[in-house]
Design a protein. Structure first.
Length: 170
């Protein structure tokens, strides 16, 4: 299903919505279309024609509750590590726990890294010291409001969203 980027009244990205939900917000005058679909698509009813939106903005500001930690998702972890293996630098396909869960390692941002299949298989349930390996970059918790969108985007965002996403578009 087609996704639409939802911005707060201050143009801060909030999340993505289904096209249906976005059109309902626009028709109920709760949101305005900021950017139309790049293909020029139009939705028709018996009495109206509505341009398909790509980006909409709420008319009223919505306060977002403070979150102390960004949720750990596969999409967000891969984006944090730039889809590169933390051990060899090749294209990452899997997620690996630096300290294996079988050895008491937690499922946290600081213990999870993106990994290629070969390195993940070679490492198995061993510690880095046992293999003589080192991490290319230390895993950290991502910071910033833009990380809220990473899970929703899943890497499939519309190119028209780039000006509105800031750091997530990298």
């Amino acid at each position: 299903m087609r996704q639409v980027l939802l911005l707060n009244a201050t143009y801060e990205p909030l999340t993505t919505l289904s096209l249906r939900r976005a059109v309902v917000l626009v028709l109920r005058e709760k949101a305005d279309v900021v950017h139309r679909d790049g293909r020029g698509a139009v939705l028709h009813s018996a009495t109206r024609a509505v341009d398909v939106p790509s980006v909409i903005r709420l008319r009223r500001y919505i306060k977002i509750p403070y979150r102390s930690r960004i949720p750990l998702t596969r999409a967000a972890l891969m984006r944090r590590d730039d889809f590169r293996c933390a051990y060899c630098g090749h294209r990452a396909e899997t997620i690996d726990h630096v300290v294996p869960r079988s050895r008491g390692g937690p499922h946290t941002w600081e213990n999870c890294v993106a990994s290629c299949r070969a390195c993940n298989h070679r490492k198995a349930d061993r510690l880095l010291e046992e293999l003589g390996w080192t991490l290319r970059v230390a895993p950290v918790v991502p910071r910033g409001a833009h990380w809220r969108l990473i899970g929703a985007l899943g890497g499939d965002g519309d190119p028209l969203w780039v000006p509105y996403l800031g750091q997530t578009a990298a």
